[in-house]
Write a protein that binds this ligand. Structure first.
Ligand code: ZN
Length: 338
C-alpha cells in the first residue's frame, strides 16, 4: 500500500482556537502530520507526493464562489485596519440561502460555520494540497490498488460544499468519493472520526448514489451539535443513503465495534465497488478531545473489520490529535490493509 503526502501542508499552522469560549492553542498542528508520516515510514510504506489533478474535481464538490473566497480572503483580510492575524468570523447568517455580501467580514461569516477554521497565509495552498492528496489516493485505488492512504492535513469532513468548519476547508473524503463516482465506481463513505462527518453528510444528503455512514460521539452533548442525529437519513433521492450511529460519551471498544458492525452491514447492503474510509483517530481514549475511549488494540480490530469488507479502499486522514499513541493508532488500522 502506498501513502500519499505533500509537505506543502505543513505551512498551514492555525493559531486561533476557542474551547468553551476560552482561547487555547489550536490542536490541529503540523506535528500531527509528522507523527502520522513517521508511522507510515515505520510500516515501510512507500510515501509518494500527490499528482495535481487541478481544480475541476474540487469544483465538482465546492462551488466556485467558495473557492474564490478561500483563495483570496487572507490578503483581503489583511487590508482591514486592525483585523486579526488570521481570518476568523464573528457573524453568521441563519441560513446559507441568505444574502451574499461583498464584505470580507460578511463573507467570512457566510463561509465559516465556526471559529475553528482560521485562515492564514498558507491555508489555501495546504487545503489544495490536501485535496490533491486524497484525489491521488483515489486514483491509485481506481487503477487497481487494494487500498491507498491519503495523509491529508488539514482534514476535511466538517467542510460543507460552501463552508469551512472544525479545522476543515475542503472536504477531502467527499472530493475523493465524488471523483471515484465520476469514474464509474459505486462509493460508500465510512467515517469513524470521533466527531460526526457533518460536511460530508451535507454534501451528499440529497444524493442516492453515494452512501454516507458516520460513527461518532452523540452530538446532543458534543461537537458539531447540530448534525449527527440518528433521524438524519438523507432527503429526496438521498433518503436512506445516510446513516448516523451516535455513541454515548466515553464509549469504549465494545460499543464502538458493535456500531461498526451495524455500519458495515449497511455498507455491504449498498453493494459499493469502492470504500472511502474517513479515518479520524480521535476516538482514542488518550486523544486530547477525550470524547470516546477506543484503545489501540481496538483500532486494530476496527481496521480488520473494515478491511474484511474486501473493498478497494481510499483511506483519508481526518482528525486525531497529538498524543504519544497517535502513530501507533494509525499503524493499528493500516496494518489490516497491508
Ligand atoms: Zn474529529
Amino acid at each position: 500500500m502506498k501513502a500519499v503526502f505533500d509537505p506543502r501542508q505543513a505551512a498551514h499552522d492555525p493559531q486561533f482556537f476557542l474551547s468553551s469560549g476560552a482561547p487555547q492553542p489550536c490542536p490541529e498542528k503540523p506535528a500531527r502530520a509528522e507523527a502520522l508520516l513517521a508511522a507510515t515510514r515505520r510500516m515501510g510504506l512507500e510515501v509518494i507526493a500527490p499528482d495535481d489533478l487541478g481544480e475541476a474535481p474540487i469544483r465538482a464538490v465546492h462551488p466556485e464562489r467558495y473557492l474564490t473566497f478561500l483563495r483570496g480572503i487572507f490578503p483581503r483580510w489583511q487590508r482591514i485596519e486592525g483585523a486579526s492575524a488570521e481570518v476568523i468570523p464573528n457573524i453568521h447568517p441563519d441560513s446559507r440561502n441568505a444574502g451574499y455580501p461583498a464584505s470580507a467580514v460578511g463573507q467570512a461569516g457566510f463561509h465559516m460555520t465556526d471559529t475553528s477554521c482560521p485562515i492564514g497565509p498558507a491555508t489555501w495552498d495546504a487545503a489544495y494540497a490536501s485535496a490533491q492528496t486524497a484525489l491521488t489516493a483515489a486514483g491509485l485505488v481506481q487503477a487497481g490498488a487494494r487500498a491507498a492512504y491519503a495523509l491529508c492535513r488539514p482534514p476535511g469532513h466538517h467542510a460543507f460544499a460552501e463552508s469551512a468548519g472544525g479545522f476543515c476547508y475542503l472536504n477531502n473524503s467527499a472530493i475523493a468519493a465524488d471523483y471515484l463516482t465520476g469514474q464509474g465506481a459505486r462509493v460508500a463513505i465510512l467515517d469513524v472520526d470521533l466527531h460526526h462527518g457533518n460536511g460530508t453528510q451535507g454534501i451528499f444528503y440529497a444524493r442516492g448514489d453515494v452512501l454516507t455512514v458516520s460513527i461518532h460521539a452523540d452530538p446532543v452533548r458534543y461537537y458539531p451539535f447540530f448534525w449527527g442525529y440518528a433521524d438524519e437519513i438523507g432527503e429526496g433521492p438521498g433518503e436512506g443513503a445516510n446513516l448516523n450511529l451516535p455513541l454515548p460519551r466515553g464509549t469504549g471498544d465494545a460499543g464502538f465495534l458493535a456500531a461498526l458492525d451495524t455500519a458495515l452491514s449497511r455498507v455491504a447492503a449498498f453493494a459499493p465497488t469502492a470504500l472511502v474510509l474517513a479515518l479520524g483517530l480521535d476516538a482514542f481514549e488518550g486523544d486530547p478531545f477525550a470524547g470516546l475511549a477506543v484503545t489501540t488494540p481496538g483500532f486494530t480490530r476496527i481496521g480488520a473489520a473494515i478491511a474484511g469488507l474486501g473493498l478497494p479502499t481510499v483511506i483519508v486522514q481526518e482528525g486525531g490529535y497529538l498524543c504519544p499513541e497517535l502513530g501507533d493508532n494509525l499503524e493499528a488500522v493500516l496494518r489490516a490493509f497491508v
